[in-house]
Design a protein around this ligand. Structure first.
Ligand code: PGA
Ligand code: ZN
Length: 427
């Protein structure tokens, strides 16, 4: 059996021009593989810690040299000689070496890079694609993408409060057709914005980022773009939003610029109800804030039978908070971000907990990304049926879509695109 021989760590750049971590794991049989970690902007307060140097003279304090040193000095000697295939043992070792509940000693960015590089190296050593190595032979489901085509909130410098407006091509027959339709809608949206003399520059996740009248106008624009591109809203293509509402929540109120007033949780839910009535809105992520647990329970009561209610900041890919959400019946879906928790093993445990309770799991990128495509393979391996990885534009976003196209091609006739069936939690 191959053994880990060397661990190389490098400070590289993410899609926002901030430093992040790359790890290359070398095995004693000559195989080597690399993983790169992403970075969020609208991070949940309970996420595992992304360690940064804080040295204002380098990268405005965002350098990751401490992380690189932790990998070289602490992690490498501890995992050298281990079998890369024993993911559980490697991840357990990483968690023990760190010893904190939030991975704050070594940094979740250090730990995740090594954890993922081990999986990649193992898959390579066995000459298997990553999704098969992680998921086994029965992995035919390619996910329905949620494509963020209009950016606001913390991902754009505009007056739109909600962070993400997404199109969901769940009515198309395959991922290939779903992506084609989505790219066509994306380009049509661009021409509509141009006609209205609105900005067509893009935000962090590749979606357009125009200044608009209010938080509803993006939904009108998306509806129009879908129709104009020749598709049926609510049949071929649905809509989804991620208001990332923790970002505009303070003192128990939601502070919406466009409303010019502060809304209670109940008023926010009523606002969502009116949007769900007016548009084919099928998924709402972080509709309420990360500490508004009672609000989430009410949101689930009022909209849970019609809409996928995705917890992101609320549960931060951590079984402790997912368990709480399940017990309170506070959502029906959970966003899965590897770097919120820090190891592949813990991520898989979170997915299992979510799915075994009949909720859906949406595998997600971060707003700061690299060309790493691990999440595409993970979405197929874990059979989640959903992936959220930005617009069909910007290299770091399309890298994931292109990887999914390769997987769908490789699966051939066996590939299953679940379409609306992926929405099991609201059927
Ligand atoms: P983030 O945004 O990566 O900036 O946290 C993505 C999200 O909120 O889903
Ligand atoms: Zn989110």
């Amino acid at each position: 059996m191959a053994k880990i021989e060397d661990v190389l760590a490098l400070e590289i750049l993410d899609s926002r021009g901030n430093p992040t971590v790359e790890v290359t794991l070398k095995l004693d049989n000559g195989v080597f593989a690399t993983a790169k970690v992403p970075s969020g902007a609208s991070t949940g307060e309970r996420e595992a810690l992304e360690l940064r140097d804080g040295d204002k003279k380098r990268y405005q304090g965002k350098g990751v040299l401490k992380v690189i040193n932790n990998i070289k000095d602490i992690i490498k000697p501890a995992i050298k000689g281990m079998e890369p295939f024993d993911q559980r043992a490697i991840d357990k070792k990483l968690i023990e070496l760190d010893g904190t509940g939030t991975k704050s000693k070594l940094g979740a960015n250090a730990i995740l890079a090594v954890s993922l590089a081990a999986a990649h190296a193992s898959a390579k050593a066995l000459n298997m694609p990553l999704y098969k190595y992680i998921g086994g032979i029965d992995t035919p489901v390619v996910p329905v993408p949620l494509l963020n085509v209009l950016n606001g909130g913390k991902h754009a410098d505009t007056n739109v409060d909600f962070q993400e407006y997404m199109i969901v091509p769940a009515g198309l027959p395959s991922l290939k057709e779903a992506l084609r339709a989505s790219a066509e809608v994306y380009h049509t949206l661009k021409s509509i914005l141009k006609e209205k003399s609105l900005a067509t520059s893009v935000g962090d996740e590749g979606g357009f980022a125009p200044d608009l009248k209010n938080n509803e106008e993006p939904l009108q624009l998306l509806f129009k773009a879908i129709e104009k591109a020749g598709y049926k809203p609510g049949k071929d293509i649905y809509l989804a939003i991620d208001p990332a509402s923790s970002e505009f929540y303070s003192n128990g109120k939601y502070n919406l610029k466009d409303e010019g007033r502060k809304l209670s949780s109940e008023q926010m839910i009523s606002l969502y109800e009116s949007l769900v009535k007016a548009y084919p809105l099928i998924s709402i992520e972080d509709g309420l804030a990360e500490n508004d647990w009672n609000g989430w329970v009410l949101l689930k009561e009022r909209l849970g039978s019609k809409v996928q209610l995705v917890a992101d900041d609320l549960t931060v890919t951590n079984t402790k908070y997912i368990q709480k959400a399940l017990e309170m019946d506070a959502a029906n879906s959970v966003l899965i971000k590897l770097n919120q928790i820090g190891t592949l093993t813990e991520t898989m445990e979170s997915i299992r907990m979510v799915r075994s309770n009949g909720w859906t799991a949406v595998i997600s990128h971060r707003s700061g990304e690299t060309d790493d495509t691990t999440i595409a393979d993970l979405a197929v391996a874990a059979n989640t049926g959903f992936i959220k990885t930005g617009a069909p534009a910007r290299g770091e976003r399309v890298a994931k879509y292109n990887r999914l196209l390769e997987i769908e091609y490789e699966l051939g006739k066996r590939a299953v695109y679940p379409g609306m069936q992926a929405f099991v939690s609201i059927q």
